[in-house]
Design a binder for this molecule. Structure first.
Ligand SMILES: Nc1ncnc2c1ncn2[C@@H]1O[C@H](COP(=O)(O)OP(=O)(O)OP(=O)(O)O)[C@@H](O)[C@H]1O
Length: 976
């Protein structure tokens, strides 16, 4: 008797053109044999107890296959196409066998050389479909012949199974030899220079490409359905699918929530402890509990020290008294098909009496002394005694979060099976990159996070996954930036800039005449850091590479005027600028502010013409403005996002200023800036396609983003990826810090607030009252509303005028309310948070924020920044609904530096919330990374992305990376 491995290709193809492979035949085999009309096939096959096939001679076997396949043409060779049981007449059996074997590569007969099921050319989808077949779980569900099925798991199929790991390894061993060697890329490629030896370079890039191609096929393994996991029933597959684990990759990305400290047992074992034991299997039985319920019970006897052991390691402990504890390892099965004796027998046979095993997991105490139950466990059979010290080591035990009804234990099991089948070469990131950043390879990272040998390994694995989250985002952002550029020199220039951020500056004498005159006309002198910022920006503007810079600084530090100067610089060289802000109010304010400044300018030949374009601009006027932008008559347009509408076209846009970027939200911002970048550059490119001017003219516009929330570098890097940063560190002279108080909003508290307000008003001050909502709602009666407040405050302060401002008012009503407050017609302005962004009324000197705990720290700092913008000493009162919420607000009392506050906010609320997205801490792009603590990994990811792109701008040399990139979200977030 011998086992026969079948690999049969039926001579037809299924709908998707995939060969029907041997698992189909195997699954059909029992059915065919059990049907009466095919009983002869069953007899011929002599289907044995273990599903193996007995043969008396080779010819007979081939005939049998032919019969079972029910296709005479399956074996075309005449001598085997014989339905009789006769021995083939060809005397040269071996030779004929070889012919047959070539045709059916997995038929292993007599002395014919075994043909491997999969050679190196097999792709992982094939391997995986094979894997899915090998356990026969599908048979289990489909077949009525339970005994045959179950036995076949242990018999024929297990013999096939044993082939797989080797074969799988052989298919990857070749590339692993490469990767185990020195760096994949020669040093010159690492540094992005050209190799002096073209032959070496060609060879290396061929190797790299080969590795990348292997990684592509490895990656496709992760994209396979979870159905390809060995031994997965259809029901489990469906459950996993419904829980969102559609692919192996998704499943393997279900990371442990935490790790239990897996310890060696001590004298006292407590319920719920995670322990690791070495012991002997005493019994292993599949037990039928009812007609539809069964379980496997493996009883393991373990010797443990009766006294406390210092070493904690069972294997080392040979002294002192010992006692035996009994572990009852249990696995449960529901369903009638699991109660069949053959199934139960085969379950029980998985472990043999006397086997030395290592068991780890959670123990539950049982009624009898020294007996413990384990339902959540790992069991490893130890081959020899030398294994023991390693296994007895304490290590982390992964604890998974459950998902949609799938228990942590189930997930742990399934994931472990997935990990087992994971090929080695799945990493799209070249090895020299992972090596230089001290990262695990992806395969090791999956192993390390799911089955760590130490907490260190788990940590390293986590680092690798965080790195990936950041890296692909950085790569996507930079990749897209590079795509927007024309020449290789431009691309190299851009990468160079990010690689070596130098402080470059163009000093005043290099500025255009217009910029210099504008500077002169300002009613104040710029602070030192304002000057530095202008110089840095203008240096960028003079370069033929599009700038992408984030100008950040605390509230009221004077960013606007810096941006105006940048606009003047491009206008002075004959180009146009666009200034985009998130609210209409702010657009109007900037527009009026700029007109005022331009008026002060001494007469020059061509004063820049400025236009205001918002959603409320009447259509006739808007058309005229658009026309003047198209002809180049208007050199600067200030407006809201209507500026990036398709209708707006520029004649020569060179600079786009985007104010208060974080207000646009993470996703919106991504779309926004890419649309801005792409649409503007393509417009210009199209317009200048036939121009005779140099490539310089068709360059994408420079982008200057301004952030009122000083964003920590890590967050900025994560969100903008490719941006240079300029930070204004000082405030205009004479500014006094805003004195901040936090009080509880009870009757007594409000009395105090009203007193302070009166005091302020009597000394000529102006007061903002900020409310969380416009109107009171039944759902949230505790929230104070601006509309209701108007009545009571007007009544209380009858000698003063009150105004109302909120987002539901029409554009001109808002403008009017703000204008009246600015002019002093109203002294109290009741408002919602619409004033948070950029409103600049220098003589406003007091702010009261109602239900202040409803706002984030950075947001409150922004609001507070609306006062203290002039010379008058200012106050801000944060009114908390309850005493318990005062704690958080106190941070603002003691801190006035927005940069630190933004960091505190980041730590307290997480980056998602900081950016105005209501979610607890995570930005969706980063499921496991925490920006507030993983900043250094982000920086590394940024460098790695630069390194990759400087080797291959279009990622053509890294197909696996390119594929991975396109499968991740960032590109669509960027507006693709
Ligand atoms: N160097 C300076 N000296 C005196 N006043 C200045 C100076 N720079 C700006 N200002 C004034 O400070 C006020 C705040 O400036 P601006 O609105 O540009 O600040 P900002 O940084 O944009 O603030 P926000 O973040 O609140 O939008 C304005 O009234 C502006 O005229």
């Amino acid at each position: 008797m011998r086992s026969v491995a079948l690999h049969v290709e039926k001579r037809y193809r299924n709908a998707v053109g995939e060969s029907m492979r041997f698992h189909y035949v195997l699954s059909m085999l029992p059915k065919l044999c059990s049907r009466t009309k095919h009983t002869f096939a069953g007899n011929l096959f002599e289907v044995g107890k273990y599903g193996t096939t007995s043969i008396s001679n080779r010819g007979k076997l081939l005939d049998k296959i032919s019969v079972v396949m029910a296709h005479d043409d399956c074996i075309e060779n005449g001598q085997y196409n014989n339905r009789s049981n006769s021995i083939p007449s060809d005397p040269d059996d071996d030779c004929n066998v070889s012919v047959a074997c070539k045709k059916f590569p997995s038929i292993i007969l007599g002395s014919s050389p075994p043909v491997e099921l999969f050679d190196g050319s097999a792709c992982y989808s094939d391997i995986a479909s094979f894997l899915s077949a090998k356990t026969g779980e599908n048979f289990l569900l489909n077949s009525t012949c339970e005994e045959w099925v179950q036995d076949s798991l242990d018999g024929t199929l297990s013999s096939l199974y044993s082939v797989l790991p080797d074969v799988g390894n052989s298919s990857v061993s070749e590339e692993y030899t490469y990767s185990a060697g020195s760096s994949l890329l020669p040093k010159n490629i690492e540094t992005g220079t050209i190799s002096s030896n073209p032959a070496v370079e060609e060879d290396t890039s061929r190797k790299e490409l080969k590795l990348q191609n292997n990684a592509v096929s490895g990656r496709s393994f992760l994209d396979q359905s979870v159905g390809s996991i060995p031994g997965l029933s259809k029901r489990h597959q469906r459950q996993l699918d419904e829980s969102g684990f559609h692919t192996l990759g998704k499943l393997l990305h279900h990371f442990p929530r935490t790790y239990a400290d897996l310890r060696n047992p001590q004298v006292n074992i407590y319920d719920g402890q995670y322990l690791i034991f070495i012991g002997k299997v005493l019994s292993s039985r599949g037990i039928r509990a009812s007609y539809s319920f069964s379980f496997l019970e493996v009883v393991v006897g373990c010797e443990i020290a009766e006294r406390e052991s210092n070493s904690g390691c069972l294997a080392d402990n040979n002294t002192g008294g010992k006692k035996i504890v009994y572990l009852h390892l249990k696995k449960f099965f529901r369903g009638t098909r699991f109660t069949f004796q053959p199934f139960l027998r085969s379950l029980g046979a998985n472990h043999k009496e006397g086997e030395i095993v290592c068991v780890s997991g959670k123990v539950r105490t049982m009624q009898s002394e020294d007996h413990y139950e384990m339902r959540e466990y790992n069991i490893d059979v130890l081959q020899d005694e030398k294994d023991v010290p390693f296994y007895a080591k304490e290590r982390p035990y992964p604890i998974y979060p459950s998902k949609k009804g799938l228990t942590p234990t189930f997930l742990r099991d399934i994931i472990a099976r997935g990990i087992e089948a994971l090929p080695v070469n799945i990493d799209p990131i070249p090895e020299d990159i992972t090596q230089s950043f001290g990262l695990l390879r992806l395969h090791d990272a999956y192993n390390g996070i799911h089955q760590p040998k130490s907490i260190n390994e788990a940590d390293l694995a986590r680092k690798r996954f965080i790195f990936d989250e950041f890296f692909y985002l950085q790569l996507a952002r930079l990749f897209q930036m590079l795509e927007g550029l024309g020449t290789t020199i431009e691309k190299d220039g851009l990468l160079d800039k990010y690689r070596q951020p130098r402080l470059n500056a163009a000093y005043m004498k290099e500025w255009t005449c217009l910029t210099q005159k504008f500077l002169k006309a300002l009613p104040y002198s710029l602070t030192e850091s304002q000057m530095k910022a202008v110089a840095e920006i203008i240096w960028d503007l003079k370069r033929p590479i599009p700038m992408n810079r984030l100008l950040q600084g605390d509230v009221g530090c004077g960013k606007t005027v810096v941006a105006f100067l940048a606009c003047m610089e491009v206008i002075g060289t004959g180009y146009q600028a666009a200034f985009m802000v998130p609210t209409e109010l702010l657009a109007i304010q900037h527009y009026e502010h700029l007109l005022g400044l331009l008026e002060n300018m001494e007469e020059i030949e061509n004063k820049p013409s400025v236009a205001l374009l918002t959603g409320s601009t009447p259509s006739k006027q808007s058309r005229m403005i658009r026309q003047s932008l198209q002809t180049g008559e208007t050199s600067l347009v200030i407006g809201t996002h209507s500026l990036i509408s398709e209708k707006v076209e520029f004649s020569a846009l060179r600079l786009a200023v985007v104010d208060e970027q974080h207000r646009f939200g993470v996703v919106q911002r991504g779309k926004f800036s890419s649309k801005l970048f792409n649409s503007l550059s393509s417009k210009i490119a199209a317009e200048t396609a036939d121009a005779t001017s140099s490539g310089d003219f068709s360059m994408a516009p420079h982008v200057l983003a301004m952030s009122a929330t000083p964003i920590p570098r890590t967050l900025a890097l994560a969100l903008y990826g490719d941006m240079s940063l300029t930070h204004i560190t000082d405030c205009p002279p004479g500014r006094l810090p805003v004195k901040t108080y936090s009080i509880v909003g009870d009757d007594e508290g409000f009395e105090k607030v009203y007193e302070m307000m009166l005091d302020e008003l009597q000394t000529g001050g102006k007061v903002y009252l900020v409310y969380p909502v416009i109107e009171q709602s039944e759902q949230l009666p505790q929230l104070r509303a601006a509309s209701e407040g108007l009545q009571s405050i007007s009544y209380r302060f009858q000698d003063y005028n009150c105004g109302l401002l909120h987002g539901r008012m029409k554009g001109d009503e808002k403008e009017e309310a703000l204008r009246r407050f600015r002019n002093g017609d109203t002294q109290i302005l009741l408002s919602t948070q619409v004033i948070e962004v950029g409103v600049d009324i220098p003589d406003a000197s007091m702010m009261v924020v109602m239900n202040a705990e409803r706002f984030g720290i950075a947001q409150l700092h922004q609001l507070r920044g609306r006062v203290g913008r002039g010379m008058k000493k200012s106050r801000c009162i944060l009114v908390a609904s309850t005493a318990s919420s005062l704690g958080r607000l106190k941070v603002l009392e003691n801190m006035s530096d927005g940069f630190h506050l933004a960091k505190v906010d980041l730590l307290l609320r997480g980056p998602g919330d900081l950016l105005g997205k209501k979610q607890s801490g995570h930005i969706p792009e980063f499921p496991i990374a925490r920006l507030e603590v993983d900043g250094n990994i982000l920086e590394e990811a940024h460098l790695a992305a630069l390194k990759i792109l400087s080797i291959s701008h279009d990622l053509e040399k890294f197909p696996a990376l390119k594929m991975e990139l396109s499968m991740r979200q960032p590109l669509c977030l960027l507006g693709d």
